[in-house]
Design a protein around this ligand. Sequence first.
Ligand code: ADP
Ligand code: MG
Length: 575
Amino acid sequence: RQSNLASSLHNLDGRSYGNLKQIRGRYTFGPVTVFIDRVQADPFASPSKVRVRVDRADAKFPLDLTTDRADRIAAADYLLRAGNEVLAKLDQRALILGRPGQEILERTNILIDDAGFEARLLVNLPARGRRILGHQAADILTRDLPEFAERLFLFDRWSDAPAGRGGNTPAPSAKGLADHVQLHRDQLELRSHLSEAGLIGFVGNGAILPRKSGDSDLPMKSSDAVVFTSPPELEHTVELSSGRTVTGMGIPRGVTVIVGGGYHGKSTILRALERGVYPHIADDGREWVISDPTATSIRAEDGRAVTGDDISAFINNLPSGSDTRFFSTTNASGSTSQAANLVEAIEAGANTLLIDEDTSATNFMIRDERMRALIPAEREPITPFVDRVRPLLTEQGVSTVLVAGGSSAFFEVADLVIALDAYVPADVTARARELVGVEDGAEPSVEASDAVFAAAPARVPTAGALRPSSKTKSAKAKGLDTVQFGRSFIDLAALSQLIDGQQTGAIAEALEYLAEIFDGKTSITEALAEIDAMLDAQGIDGITGHRAHPGHLARPRTQEIAAALNRFRGLRLVD
Ligand code: ADP
Ligand code: MG
């Protein structure tokens, strides 16, 4: 029906915009199938949705790069980046494929399945005033869109320029694709090796951790950055099955404290570990920064709402008399918000916590001896984190990496102390322990006490907990940091590991999905596991109920889905 679409569009030229609706449907252009799934109602409405698809038999992609599930994520990421270059070459700005950042995320933008390859685009169909610009629309949809699909999805048409120097082969290229998929494989293999080796984080020698600027995720110019080098004591070398050898600093399970003077790079290293839950593209500088995928940043976030958290391990005997085993507030303090963030992270499956002094409530973290003497324990509701970090490890198996430049309080409880001096790390564990009088080789101290992290009672939302009051379409992402849910807004600005607006979009869908699961019996933990299993089985399309065109979404971690749920001010629990 190719001539069909072109001639319809030419005929529609100059007619009122609403008539565009009739072009919805499916059209064939040689090997390319174009689906026009949704047509915007007017020129200012959100863009129309179109897909292009090429069958495997025509695409002729190497099967070994596009079959395994993880390979498909990497290959789709490559095709997304290459697709943007193709669009730039076609100089076609009306077609929007979506732009990735420095990470490789599972996304809906490009779909690779057993049958073929599909790109999901948004398109602003052109108008003058409220009149259709039919000839231009025909150029976009019947010339450039199929041409885009052919250049991207017909492997035989790819340039195969000789192996690029430093990844500069023009995309798409067979070598570019193969390298991209292989890097991703190697990163995943290293990650699974780390967990077997008892490491919760790894920073490769040669890594460039600092970014170009506070508002850019691109690497600092290598001439300005001090490249990372592991202290010899912490160095690990891993030989990957591809033949690649990676050497760098391994951070073992346990309590690790990062110290050093101000501006010596402490937060930068922690931030790199925070991002290390995601794989990074070549030349990012963090390709070999790999963390426990459940690692979660914990910070103070005063003002947030908390619903029914058991924060009693940290906070007790509040002057208000509230029960901190089932703590709710519409306006948490610095310390209570940090405690809530911590127990919620554990509820959502975090095995590693990342904490920076810069974003922590001091009274949550430590209390010094004189203050302990002045304020009797029963008048102080907070048991500081320094007293809980060991039980967290021994009772819950949760490791901590903590930046603390201002206090030696954590030396006694640390398994490892890393000092940064002008961005160069050193293992200073022995010296730090000596300073606080812990004998060499002794286990870090904990006051013997009963278990402080009694099995937290499961939190079970009520059946209607996620039914927003308004009747309008329920959940919607508003940029990276906000989800609108019914009439309320969920503020996600404190989630440093929510990194892409498409993840926020998927979180909005996840909340709607959760609304269906919660029946007054299912706990938050069970519901999150259900979503995760569904995403593993069906991909992100599954969370939208497999709409033909799901929009541009990216897979968030369970931790960030949970974080959004926990910040919803309308959350209600069964008591
Ligand atoms: P700290 O937390 O120790 O005070 P930061 O991590 O905030 O220090 O780093 C201070 C500054 O140094 C930042 O501007 C950061 O970009 C820069 N920086 C961090 N690591 C490096 C490095 N390896 N090479 C060059 N500059 C760096
Ligand atoms: Mg800092």
